[in-house]
Design a protein around this ligand. Sequence first.
Ligand code: G
Ligand code: G
Ligand code: NA
Ligand code: MN
Length: 252
Amino acid sequence: LGLLGDLRRALDAGDVELHYQPKVGFDGHVEGLEALVRWVHPERGRVSPDEFIAIAESSGLMPRLTEYVLETALGQVAKWRAMGLNVPVAVNVSPRDVHTPGFAGSVAARLARHGVPPGALQLEITEHVLLEDPQRAADTLAGLTGHGVKMSLDDFGTGYSSLVHLRRLPVSELKIDRSFVARLAIDNEDAEIVRCTLDLAHSLGLLVVAEGVEDDETWERLRDLGCDAVQGWLVAAAMPPDETTAWLRLRS
Ligand code: G
Ligand code: G
Ligand code: NA
Ligand code: MN
């Protein structure tokens, strides 16, 4: 449990970094960037986000981590905008965040303080937000989208995915989990799942992003199936801010 204290100190010291992974359309258009936390522990080296996010979630540190990520990401968006790079950024939020009283208001205040328009921020949520208090979660999310913040449903297909959830959540984007995308080109069942998810999402007016695209064949299949955008190592892995700036400049 030394890790929890170390993480708290790293957040206070500004030692946690954000890397950015692009989401791109099939014509190469950059739809946005997903902010992903990276922490290099002074003794242990790189700690996997899966590990320290679980620790933050079970310990009550999650709101602090999310605040840090939002603050850092919005500061970066403001910098990019000042350079003429107007790219939306997506931040992952946990169910705990959505259930924190005042969350929508604090996001709105943070946007205003950074002078970033709400439409330049996207929040990636999972269906787990509906497990605890669905009505309160729906109210918070409605507050955010009412303010102009975009909402994306992450990891679709892995959890309690259902039509009910999709209809209840005010999302404009759905991300197909990479576990279905990885074997798309070789597994007919996964291909069927992706096809059905695309039909469903499109019938609800959602944009669909496929995660974890690693090769050309998968990219082509997704394009032929009518997917809207992709994310994955084929395009770019998550990059540090300066590398992301250079990447964006080459693209625009
Ligand atoms: O590269 P990757 O290892 O970044 O991410 C592992 C997991 O950690 C993913 O499920 C991802 O969504 C999650 N994750 C990455 N960054 C953040 C973050 O800033 N906040 C939250 N809540 N989850 C994150
Ligand atoms: O849960 P979330 O979807 O936010 O997780 C994002 C995770 O996926 C991060 O750990 C990120 O590093 C990882 N990732 C991004 N692109 C790829 C990819 O093309 N292949 C694989 N295997 N992982 C990826
Ligand atoms: Na995500
Ligand atoms: Mn995901």
